[in-house]
Structure formats: C-alpha cells, structure tokens
Ligand binder design. Structure first.
Ligand code: FES
Ligand SMILES: [Fe+2]
Length: 349
C-alpha cells in the first residue's frame, strides 16, 4: 500500500500552499528605503525597512498595541515607530519604547515575529520558515557582472503560483507571443528532475545573434528571419524559475506567492555581451557605464510578454474557480514533473 493518504495523492495543485523553508523575493532593493513598506507573502503581512546603517529588517506588519500596520510608521535610528501612538520596536520585534510610559509602568512584554531577510543581487530575499534557514537564496550572479544587461518586469497576477510556473515551463506557449520573442518552434527533448528542481530541455529555432547587428532587425521584420537551432533550457528551481536560450539570454522569475489566487513575481531578463570577446579589454568604468545605460533595454518586450501571459494565467484561474472539477488535457510531460515537485515540496517541506 502507498504511504500517501488518498487526500494527499489527489490534492488539487491549485490549492497547494507553499513550502516556507525557502527564500522568497519580496521586493527589489530599490523599493526599500528608511521609509517602511508593506509586503505580503502567503497571507503574512510584513513591514520591510532599512535601519540607519542601511541594513534591511522584516517585522510582522502589525502593531501589538491596536493591531494597525507598523508600515504606516517611520524608522527612528534602528527602530520602527508606529504611526498611531508612537510605540517603538527593535529589529527583533520587541517593544523598545512607549513615549507616554509612566514611571510605575513597565514596557509591554509583546513580541512581534521577525523574519530572516537578506539583500542580494538587487533583491530582498525573505525566509518565512519557522526554523533557521538551511538553504541559501538563489541569487543572480549576472546582476553585478559587467557583461550582462538587465531588464526587470514585475508580474502581478490574480492567480495561484502554479499557473505562472506552468506557463514558464511550457515553451509550447510560444504560440501566444509570436512576434515578441527571439525564438520559435520549441521542442521538448529531455527532462531532469529531483526533489529540488525540474530541468526541461527544449530545442528552439532562434533568429537572434547578439553580436550580429543584422539580427536585431529580425525582431521587427519577420520576413528577414534566419533561423538556427539553440538549446532552450527552463528550470523550476523551487520556488523560482530560471531559463537560458543559447549563450545570449538568461531569464529569472523570482516568486512571491501572496495567496491562493494572487502571485507577485519579478522577471529579470539578462542579455549577455560575452559574444563581444574583446569587451574585457575596455576600462571597467566604461563597461559599467554601458551596463547602466542599457539597463531596461528590453523593457517594452518584456512587459509585452508579461501582459500576454498574465491574461491567459488569470483566465485559467477564473475557469478553475468557476468549475474546479473540469480536467485539462495536458500533453507536455514537463508539467507533470512540475506538479509533482510542487506537491512534494509542500508535503515534505
Ligand atoms: S497602535 Fe501602534 S502605538 Fe498604538
Ligand atoms: Fe510567456
């Protein structure tokens, strides 16, 4: 007999929770200043702020005095001050000061939850698990690397995270994007999978070569396209997604699932300049200048892809809510592996 109970085996993937024992991305570095902000990760409201030394902290976004949001307040030194009556909390979530405390009164013994949080490669990574983290944040080595040009697009979708991951792992949906992407005719070759990740290996026909200036025109004039095969690898590295097309492109999707029907994610597109092999001979300040000036070069393209994907994903979610028992007909076996990983992460995480 199987050790899994029937309810576990048949649990609907659209109602899955998350495995909290991973680092999730809750904000971009540039979004967090010494003015606190509110973020939500799987139903938990969190106040993020920088202290006077620039270090990031994450506290439960709830003043224990009257339950209002601490993120309405302000940072005083290294403490977060509530907007309502001015109680202050330190970064470990203890009440550190009450402005009207009488001499015969003690500070209230309230303890807010504080989360492990770290800033890495332009993003704020937060660990919502109860124990100390035993894994590292994924990280994006290309973020600082001078040979990579970054573009960031934000995905806000009213859908369970599984719809987004399945969309990203299923390259046959290239059909939807037609003229917006640099490849066509994806074909799944092989899948590698374990308890942490699914790697789906596709071959696609690419019409782009970064070091050939003519290739850019093909993005706009389909009649000029000259196709060549390139490996297109997409990976679900739980809970995030990474993809490479040949040697020219790398894309990450960093997830912040908000609820069963809402997901935020950051899509980061890197164009590699490695094909310009003499680049490293240029002075670093100049390479930095090029990297910074070209930041966001693919913005229109990336935002356009996101709009198309989000429309489909939200329609899937709506259809599911209206008729949760209707079955899909799925032909892409990568999605079977993806759902298996989501389930096992939640059940054994
Ligand atoms: S509600 Fe926060 S100090 Fe009163
Ligand atoms: Fe897409």
């Amino acid at each position: 007999m199987s050790s899994l109970s029937p309810t576990v085996q048949t649990r609907d993937v659209r109602q899955l929770g998350i495995n909290p024992n991973h680092w999730y991305v809750v904000a971009r570095s540039s979004e967090v200043s010494n003015q606190p902000i509110n973020v939500v990760l799987w139903g938990q409201a969190i106040a993020l702020y920088r202290d006077s030394t620039g270090k990031i902290h994450a506290l439960e976004d709830r003043c224990p005095h009257r339950q209002v949001k601490l993120s309405h307040g302000q940072v005083i030194g290294n403490e977060l001050e509530c907007a309502y009556h001015g109680w202050r909390f330190n970064s470990t979530g203890e009440c550190a000061a009450v402005p009207y405390l009488a001499e015969n009164q003690k500070l209230p013994n309230c303890q807010l939850r504080h989360y492990p949080v770290t800033e890495k490669d332009g993003f704020i990574w937060l660990f919502p698990g109860k124990d100390q983290p035993s894994v590292e944040p994924l990280g994006l080595p290309e973020w600082e690397h001078l040979n990579y040009i970054a573009t960031v697009s934000v995905i806000n979708t009213q859908a369970h995270y599984s719809y987004l991951i399945e969309n990203l792992m299923d390259m046959y949906h290239g059909h939807l994007h037609e003229d917006l992407q640099a490849w066509a005719e994806a074909s799944l070759q092989d899948i590698d999978e374990d308890n942490h990740r699914v790697d789906a290996h596709y071959i696609a026909q690419s019409y782009y070569k970064i070091d050939k200036i003519w290739s850019i025109s093909q993005l706009f004039f389909p009649a000029l396209r000259r196709l060549h095969p390139e490996p297109l690898d997409v990976s679900y590295v739980y809970p995030h997604w990474v993809s490479t097309l040949g040697k020219d492109f790398k894309i990450y999707c960093l997830l912040c699932p908000i609820s069963e029907t809402e997901t935020k994610a950051y899509l980061i597109h890197f164009t590699s300049l490695n094909a310009f092999w003499r680049l490293h001979k240029l002075p670093v300040w100049f390479r930095r200048f090029i990297k910074d000036s070209l930041f966001g070069a693919a913005q229109k393209l990336l935002d356009g892809l996101v709009v198309q994907d989000v429309k489909m994903i939200e329609e899937e979610q709506q259809a599911y809510l209206q008729n949760p028992h209707r079955r899909n007909f799925e032909l892409n076996r990568a999605l079977v592996s993806v759902q298996r990983l989501m389930r096992s992460q939640v059940e054994h995480g």
